[in-house]
Design a protein around this ligand. Sequence first.
Ligand SMILES: Nc1ncnc2c1ncn2[C@@H]1O[C@H](COP(=O)(O)OP(=O)(O)OP(=O)(O)O)[C@@H](O)[C@H]1O
Ligand code: SF4
Ligand SMILES: [Mg+2]
Length: 333
Amino acid sequence: MSDDKTEAKPLLDVRDLHVDFHTRDGVVHAVNGVSYDVRAGETLAVLGESGSGKSVTAQAIMGILDMPPGRIPQGEILFQGRDMLKMSKEERRKLRGAKIAMIFQDALSSLNPVLSVGYQLGEMFRVHQGMSRRAAKAKAIELMDRVRIPAAKERVNDYPHQFSGGMRQRIMIAMALALEPELIIADEPTTALDVTVQAQVMELLADLQREFNMGLILITHDLGVVADVADKIAVMYAGRIVETAPVKELYRSPAHPYTRGLLDSIPRLDQKGKELYAIQGLPPNMAHVPAGCAFHPRCPVAKDICTTDLPVLAGAGEERGSACHFWKETING
Ligand SMILES: Nc1ncnc2c1ncn2[C@@H]1O[C@H](COP(=O)(O)OP(=O)(O)OP(=O)(O)O)[C@@H](O)[C@H]1O
Ligand code: SF4
Ligand SMILES: [Mg+2]
């Protein structure tokens, strides 16, 4: 988390991004006009239930979207001021790993089971920087130390299955950090881990982000894990951002009923024993998104207008936006 970032230009600036999938069911508008930005040293948390478009947005930024069936009919993805959507495949490939790296949820399927972790870490340096095997191995040990893997020197020749889930995720973080990228996108990096390990990995990620002054996009469906590490939050629902705010303000006074529902469903120590709130219903099927506000069938405060008129993301205070016809009532409620 950084304190002084208001002056700097965004490292990444996503503007009005649309992603469609052409499926047998018809066209799915998976991402519908998403805009967000991240500065160096800043952490943006992207939050939302399953299917809301978090990963598809990240894949579009990384340039790893399946096209077809995916298509980007509209939008810009500016990285250091240049639109990556207008770059050649070769230019984008060069950015991946070196400038922008991604950490996925499932370390086991991202690592090669038949190669030692030292070899896989070292590969980053051999392939990208032409380092010798020996030098690359030394770098691999250094990285393993950096992500606090105990006895890195002894464990560098071990295989992925010999590490615990938390340690494997640290190896993935090491892999992402190897070339000292300027932006890391972590897509549910701790979801597969148990709660205490989750907190440790999240803390490590936040420490490294500060140390390297990187931009970090942290994708999660769990509002509980981002409170201490994020600077700002974008909440997604059905392919759109429905609320965006600095993290403290969002926690203090959500301006969208969906965010309020998410906050109310976090277990809290001071309410032990109390039944937890759950947002009723399920996220929409993206091939058949409800008219008006997509959240209306689940919204406890929906009115008639919500079933017909799409609320746009509008200012709800400084650096804040809410896509709700009744954000004023919500923020004060
Ligand atoms: N290759 C694809 N072909 C067709 N539809 C797709 C494809 N990839 C994603 N989608 C659709 O795009 C929508 C957004 O998916 P996305 O993976 O971004 O959700 P998410 O917010 O990351 O959810 P989760 O929390 O489950 O990871 C979903 O409705 C999904 O079914
Ligand atoms: S626009 Fe209406 S349905 Fe949508 S979140 Fe606001 S009150 Fe609820
Ligand atoms: Mg996802």
